[in-house]
Design a protein around this ligand. Structure first.
Ligand SMILES: Cc1ncc(COP(=O)(O)O)c(C=O)c1O
Length: 413
């Protein structure tokens, strides 16, 4: 059996690799796929959509629109209640908008914030303007209660679907339904993985906000460099061939070489520092991946249910529940152990590579240094979960046979 990976381009099929390579020679001025993606998002999520190079661009843009007091305002102020147990990319988007992240702890039994933890953070920061929620690892947050809370306290709600696309809430409505703005990231290892890409859908823009949109889109964008697009479009090929040949050393060499040549870099660090518009190459990949979303969700759910049924080691705590497997996107299946590094090593000895775990810290910066606004000790549950969590893969390359191999190693641990 081939090596098993959590990430390393595991969402890509051979056809996807070829489609990405084809984008390098296709006409990048052809805006058909951009138009089609706009139409799809606007129909599905019922609002005005804007497409960007990264999810964090969409976060910056949405805050600059929602928090600006007038259309000429270039200096946004305002506190954003955002979740500890997240990645630095979210904070980067908030800070780039000029807003201030205020970290909200997760609850003790899930991977997401809750009304109780929101109350605590809001009591200390009553001047907060926005709540930014995420559905970490595909487990839906209790969005019905959070929406109610936002309404009572007069806060705007931004719902980040980067990891939750396709999930439903406790009353069966699609995630994103109650938000003032919905954020998407189509970056590496997300549900819709097009190597990169971001979007926002606004539900109700005022005339002033529409003017602000035009001002930013006309004056304040960075152009996406061709070499960035080129590297992104060859990423599926590099990872596909290195996964295929990993067991015979060639894959490891391809990977090492690609990293030293700068062809593969950390997804946490953006190669751009301002808002960039999405180009047609990414839109084409995103559009094609959305077509297979339902099939993907069924597969992920099947694998998650398999883990839930078969893991029997009393030393392993399971984070997912039957309910959130049925309602969520199941991006990954989460377990907890107090010996996470030992378990990662045991997995690796069995050719199962799970070290890319979400999240290693309350605010995860990958292997890079970043100066996060998060204050150590301020979100106990997030820190504890980050020290214990390990995510099992549910992507398309995980057959029941492979899932069983993972379970066998786990149950002997
Ligand atoms: C929940 C969430 N939102 C937003 C982002 C930002 O994504 P991007 O890398 O596209 O900026 C990420 C990235 O990992 C994420 O996990």
């Amino acid at each position: 059996m081939n090596s098993i990976f959590n990430s390393l381009g595991s969402n890509y099929s051979f056809n996807f690799v070829m489609l990405a390579l084809k984008q390098i020679i296709s006409d990048s001025d052809d805006n058909n796929s951009i138009d089609e993606l706009h139409k799809y998002l606007e129909k599905t999520y019922n609002g005005n959509s804007y497409l960007f190079y990264k999810g964090r661009d969409a976060i910056e843009f949405s805050l600059r629109i929602l928090l600006s007091e007038n259309e000429k305002d270039s200096n946004i102020k305002g506190k954003v209640l955002t979740q500890a147990f997240s990645c630095f990319a979210v904070e980067e988007g908030i800070k780039r908008a000029g807003a201030t992240p205020v970290y909200v702890d997760i609850d003790s039994y899930s991977t997401n914030m809750a009304v109780e933890t929101l109350n605590k953070a809001f009591a200390k920061n009553p001047d907060s303007k926005v709540v930014l929620v995420q559905h970490s690892l595909g487990i839906p947050v209790d969005i019905v209660s959070i929406k109610k809370w936002c309404k009572q306290n007069k806060l705007l709600l931004i719902e980040d679907l980067a990891q939750g696309i396709g999930g439903v809430d406790s009353v069966g409505e699609h995630l994103g339904k109650y938000a003032d703005a919905i954020i998407f990231s189509f970056g590496r290892d997300k549900i819709i993985d097009a190597v990169s890409g971001g979007a926002v859908v606004f539900k109700n823009l005022s005339e002033k906000q529409k003017q602000k949109v035009e001002i930013i889109l006309t004056n304040d964008l960075q152009k996406l460099a061709n070499n960035i697009i080129f590297k992104d479009m060859i990423y599926p090929a590099i990872t596909y061939f290195s996964r295929m040949t990993h067991d015979v050393l060639i894959g490891k060499i391809i990977l090492k070489l690609s990293r030293s040549l700068g062809l593969i870099t950390s997804p946490t660090i953006s190669k751009t520092s301002k808002i960039c518009l999405m180009t047609s190459e990414y839109a084409e990949l995103i559009k094609r991946t959305f077509i297979k979303l339902d099939k993907q969700l069924v597969h992920r759910r099947k694998i998650a249910n398999f883990y839930l049924d078969k893991i029997s080691n009393p030393n392993i705590k399971i984070v997912n529940t039957k309910t959130n497997i049925e309602t969520g996107s199941n991006l990954r299946f989460s377990i907890r152990t107090t010996q996470v590094n030992k378990l990662i090593k045991l997995m690796k000895d069995n050719n199962i590579y799970l070290s890319d775990r979400w999240y290693r810290n309350a605010v995860d910066c990958g292997k890079q240094d970043c100066s996060s606004a998060y204050k150590l000790g301020s979100a106990e549950n997030a820190e504890k979960l980050a020290s214990e969590i390990l995510n099992l893969p549910t992507h398309q390359n995980i057959t029941l046979e492979k899932a069983n191999k993972i379970v066998e190693v786990l149950n002997k641990f």
